[in-house]
Design a protein around this ligand. Structure first.
Ligand SMILES: CCCCCCCC(=O)SCCNC(=O)CCNC(=O)[C@H](O)C(C)(C)COP(=O)(O)OP(=O)(O)OC[C@H]1O[C@@H](n2cnc3c(N)ncnc32)[C@H](O)[C@@H]1OP(=O)(O)O
Length: 194
């Protein structure tokens, strides 16, 4: 049986990503795609509350403030929380492409420990596209955009149809999201992965 390839290196015939003409200008917030998203949702009390901004080309930035509730070891961020912040920032790139895509593979390098109180400056960018496959990288730097590298990731996102969410999500959340009178929020809840 042949499983999916696990390579995060784009194939030779991959193409450069194209920033969507409707993507926000560099520096503008992309806004939360879903209020209850763990990564960016304003109504998610346990979430990371990332405010993701458009970058140049097909890139995005965010700042994670590492809080006490993010600890893994005393005074240090949990690696899974850092990976989630990278994943969320990478996931926002779908909005820059206007492609519905979900994380298929996320490979994370934890380069240095990240103390509570750190402002981790995240930057993600799409490097190549091959059919439904979107290749991207991300990095988190401590203290500022040029600060020391703390975490980095390489990822493969896979473009999906909206049914990925409507057929797999739990009914009550799907119904609630669909019933939102704000049609822009309805579109974003399902166009960018929850
Ligand atoms: C603002 C936005 C915030 C977003 C939040 C952050 C993003 C997220 O966390 S999304 C949630 C986490 N991800 C998920 O739940 C996805 C769960 N997985 C799935 O649904 C499926 O496995 C899915 C959709 C990724 C792929 O399934 P399917 O649609 O059947 O595609 P499939 O035909 O298997 O693969 C398509 C291509 O991708 C490749 N591929 C698929 N999975 C992988 C993988 N894990 N590693 C490497 N390559 C892969 C395949 O090899 C294939 O390549 P090719 O076209 O060259 O043959």
């Amino acid at each position: 049986m042949r499983g999916p390839t696990t390579s995060l290196t784009p194939p030779a015939d991959a193409v450069a990503p194209a920033r969507h003409s409707g993507a926000p200008a560099p520096g503008e917030p992309l806004g939360s795609h879903y209020d209850h998203c763990f990564g960016c949702g304003g109504k998610q009390p346990h979430g990371l509350h990332l405010e993701i901004r458009a970058g140049e080309g097909v890139s995005a930035t965010a700042v994670l403030t590492v809080r006490e509730e993010h600890q893994g070891a005393p005074g240090l961020a949990h690696g899974g929380v850092l990976a989630a912040a990278l994943d969320e920032t990478l996931g926002a790139l779908g909005w820059m492409l206007r492609t519905i895509a979900v994380t298929g593979r996320l490979e994370t390098d934890f380069v240095r420990p990240v103390p509570v109180g750190t402002e981790l400056h995240l930057r993600a960018e799409v490097t190549a596209v091959h059919g439904r496959k979107i290749y991207a990288t991300a990095a988190g730097r401590a203290g500022g955009p040029e600060g020391p590298l703390a975490v980095r990731a390489a990822a493969l996102f896979v473009a999906v149809e909206v049914e990925h969410f409507t057929e797999n999500g739990r009914d009550e959340e799907i119904r609630a999201a669909m019933a939102d009178p704000d049609q822009v929020r309805v579109v974003r809840a399902f166009e960018v992965n929850p």
